[in-house]
Ligand binder design. Structure first.
Ligand SMILES: *[C@@H]1O[C@H](CO)[C@@H](O)[C@H](O)[C@H]1NC(C)=O
Ligand SMILES: *[C@@H]1O[C@H](CO)[C@@H](O)[C@H](O)[C@H]1NC(C)=O
Ligand SMILES: *[C@@H]1O[C@H](CO)[C@@H](O)[C@H](O)[C@H]1NC(C)=O
Ligand SMILES: CC(=O)N[C@H]1CO[C@H](CO)[C@@H](O)[C@@H]1O
Length: 733
């Protein structure tokens, strides 16, 4: 029953029991969780859905929500159905902050995209969330037709920059800039510019203090003809344009005069010297820097192989991206030839640069660029150099076959005592968000991954489709088809009540303050802080917590349990380490000696504890569960296992089964059972009974009675499997 099921959540309690999460379930609206927008200024989270736009409270996503209904008209739906389409409704796909008072919202409009403004904010105490009916405009070029079509958008100074398929048949993938008077875009049907693109992310990033030099970066994949002209390989690209690009005057009218792209590489070299490439970009996160010019770009990649699915996270620095765009242009004689660096003269101003003061040149608009420049950029959109990741390798890898799929990434920069860390939040296809830090060791040129927490965000298994961090509120907002969840970024007290537990957790948000494991604030944030103990890099608890605890003392303080096993039946000695990085050791104490239990085909060491498949009477004894982490040994539990001999028990069980069928009043067999085993420890036996035999009954009862905070009904999800480990008072309330 216990083996390999459910997902470990720190300390075994679910996030709901800890009041660490709240879920907005959408009231039956079919959510478009990829379409979410954080508005910290107004304290709202906007979420797109089918025919609906929601505004949720950032404090509690499941309270005080507002909604706007925006459905397609009857005739639009009829028209859509006539064409043989499905999904003939208005799915919100584009959601951008237009200015301080308005959002730009676009929906598929039953395959006839439309956009409009929505007023947000407040007047006095009243929250404003109103649809500007008069502002409805065509969404062509601003929003895809198909709700499943990939698109990415970003908005700056009234201009929408968007990568999307612009047409009904999804043939025309394009990168566009639009305001309500002008537009620029990539060429139609030019496979050199874009080839079957899948749009993943975009961001506006300044180069310097001249805003005319601002560039818009797009992250996407392409399916490209290989050098042999047959093999269509997928590659990840970063493309960029000038934000102020107005196109040319005589040629490249309404086309980009600055579009360039190059490859993003994320690969590892195997022991045999062969590189494994992660070419399929799944998600991208742009971690803003203070000055805005040098954000760090985090890419979540997968392999394109149908056989082997592996995942990697690579980080790119803007210096490296800019260097690639400032490097040689790529050139090839024919599509079936290899790319070579272009070595002839490059016209001035350098193709791909913006009309700005910093660039010299004295051009006030791209319309003034010489034809020669436009011609060059049109025929050489590809850079020769690819962008390599920081440290030339992924910071995180998942290559074991059969593991969960990784879908989303978001990153928080956290200041700790020994430096700042990137805390990665990685969404999976089974409702989990992994909270991970990675530590680079310069001396050995190696990367250490530390899995801090596995956060099971939804009770049912569903892919995570969006993760947004609010650093201001220290919350994570997680979107899936079943709802939008809010999760606190940290819960330091969960790591335990001792200095060593806190240090070993290596969570950069947390430190030992002398009394508890609590949120770490860098010096100066709060003046009257006690000395804080934290060592994220090494987790050296022995040194850090030296003198704070003594192993002997801990030994005596370790929790003690009594567990009964029935001969020939399975029995679990449950012991779950508080830290996901800890290694668990089991010992059996016999005649004053401690023997390590190593496990075999009958006794299995699981992540939940020591599992006896068929317990023998000779297994009885005193067991000790210890964790070892960075040389630090922690005694978690002492368990006394008693083994009950078959026949007596069998008769007791049969007696009970008989009663169970009659569904009469609660069975009176505890007493018999106590007599049988000759112990008066009623409470422990009851506990054992609950765990092993009565848990199904118990669970049914629990389900009926238990309404979690927030009032939503508990589903039959994976989270429930954890509930048996929770303290009884939380379940029984
Ligand atoms: C969660 O919140 C409820 C209601 O506010 C409260 O009764 C309960 O004690 C809280 N649980 C924890 C673990 O803080
Ligand atoms: C924001 O844009 C809307 C739509 O164009 C306009 O009506 C409104 O006045 C603008 N608000 C501000 C503060 O500029
Ligand atoms: C967009 O067009 C409308 C009317 O055509 C105009 O009132 C509005 O000011 C324009 N907005 C921008 C940002 O140019
Ligand atoms: C599941 C299981 O192994 N059950 C066994 C428990 O022990 C009795 C005998 O005591 C067996 O008959 C059951 O099959």
């Amino acid at each position: 029953r216990y083996v390999g099921r459910g997902c470990r959540v720190q300390s075994g309690k679910t996030l709901w029991q800890l009041n660490r999460t709240w879920v907005f379930q959408g009231y039956g609206a079919s959510l478009q969780p990829q379409t979410m927008l954080l508005d910290e200024g107004h304290g709202r989270l906007y979420v797109g859905a089918k025919n609906t736009l929601f505004s949720l409270s950032l404090d509690r996503v499941n309270t005080h929500h507002r909604e706007i209904q925006w459905a397609s008209t009857e005739s639009q739906i009829e028209d859509c159905l006539m064409k043989g389409r499905e999904k003939c409704a208005n799915y919100i796909k584009v959601l951008q902050q237009y200015n301080q008072t308005h959002l730009l919202v676009c929906g598929t409009g039953a395959f006839n995209p439309l956009c409009s403004y929505v007023r947000v904010g407040h007047t006095g105490q009243d929250k404003v969330f109103t649809f500007e009916e008069d502002s409805i405009m065509s969404g062509r070029g601003r929003c895809p037709y198909d709700p499943n079509s990939p698109c990415t958008a970003t908005l700056s100074r009234g201009e929408l920059y968007i990568g999307l398929y612009t047409d009904y048949w999804e043939n025309d993938g394009a990168l566009c800039r639009l305001n309500n008077q002008t537009y620029s875009r990539t060429e139609r049907d030019d496979r050199q510019q874009l080839s079957e693109p899948k749009f993943v992310g975009s961001a506006i990033i300044p180069d310097n203090d001249d805003r005319d030099d601002d560039k818009v970066y797009f992250f996407f994949t392409e399916r490209e003809m290989g050098a042999e002209g047959v093999n269509k390989a997928v590659y990840t690209r970063v493309g960029r344009v000038c934000a102020n690009d107005q196109g040319g005057q005589r040629m490249l009218v309404n086309r980009w005069s600055s579009f360039l792209k190059t490859r993003l590489i994320c690969s590892v070299t195997g022991p045999n010297g062969i590189d494994t490439h992660f070419d399929e970009l799944e998600d991208v996160f742009v971690l803003k820097s203070r000055d805005g010019k040098n954000p760090e770009i985090f890419g979540l990649f997968s392999t394109t192989s149908a056989v082997f699915k592996g995942y990697a996270v690579c980080v790119y620095q803007m210096d490296d991206i800019r260097a690639a765009f400032n490097g040689p242009f790529a050139y090839r004689e024919r599509p079936e030839h290899h790319w070579t660096p272009y070595e002839d003269r490059v016209p001035y101003p350098r193709p791909g640069s913006c009309a700005s003061k910093v660039n010299g040149g004295g051009f006030s608009s791209s319309k003034e660029f010489p034809d020669e420049v436009l011609r060059f950029v049109r025929s050489h959109p590809v850079m020769y150099r690819a962008v390599l990741p920081q440290h030339r390798r992924p910071i995180l890898l998942q290559t074991e076959p059969g593991r969960r799929k990784l879908t989303q990434i978001a990153v928080d920069r956290v200041q700790a005592q020994d430096g700042h860390y990137h805390v990665l939040y990685i969404g999976t296809d089974d409702s989990v968000v992994l909270k991970v830090i990675t530590i680079y060791n310069k001396d050995t040129d190696t990367m250490e991954e530390v899995l801090l927490e596995e956060l099971q965000v939804f009770k049912v298994s569903t892919p995570i489709r969006e993760i947004i961090i609010s650093p201001k509120r220290q919350q994570l907002y997680v979107g899936s088809d079943v709802g939008v969840a809010q999760v606190r970024l940290h819960q330091c007290d969960l790591y335990g009540s001792e200095c060593a537990d806190c240090c070993l957790a290596r969570d950069p948000y947390c430190a030992w303050d002398g009394l508890t494991c609590s949120r770490y604030y860098p010096a100066g944030v709060y003046t009257k802080r006690r000395f804080r103990r934290q060592d994220v890099r090494h987790g050296n608890a022995v040194q850090l917590c030296n003198g704070l605890q003594i192993d002997d003392e801990q030994w005596h303080r370790a929790e003690e349990r009594l567990v009964y096993g029935v001969e020939s039946n399975s029995t679990l000695l449950e012991c779950v380490p508080r830290s996901l990085q800890a290694k668990v050791l089991w010992f059996l104490q016999k005649e004053g000696e401690k023997h390590e239990v190593r496990g075999d085909e009958r006794v299995i060491m699981t992540s939940h504890g020591l599992l006896f498949l068929r317990v023998k009477s000779s297994d009885a004894g005193a067991y000790v569960c210890q964790t070892v982490e960075h040389g630090y040994v922690h005694t978690l539990l002492r368990i006394t296992l008693r083994v009950l001999v078959g026949e007596k028990v069998e008769s007791a069980i049969h007696a009970d089964n008989g009663r169970e069928e009659t569904k009469g009043p609660a069975p009176m067999w505890y007493k018999e059972f106590l007599q049988l085993i000759g112990y008066g420890d009623a409470q422990r036996v009851e506990e054992y009974c609950e765990r092993v035999w009565c848990s199904d009954k118990k669970r049914k009862k629990t389900k009926r009675k238990y309404v979690p905070p927030g009032g939503e009904k508990r589903g039959k999800g994976r989270g429930e499997e954890n509930s048996h480990r929770a303290p009884r008072h939380t379940v029984d309330t």
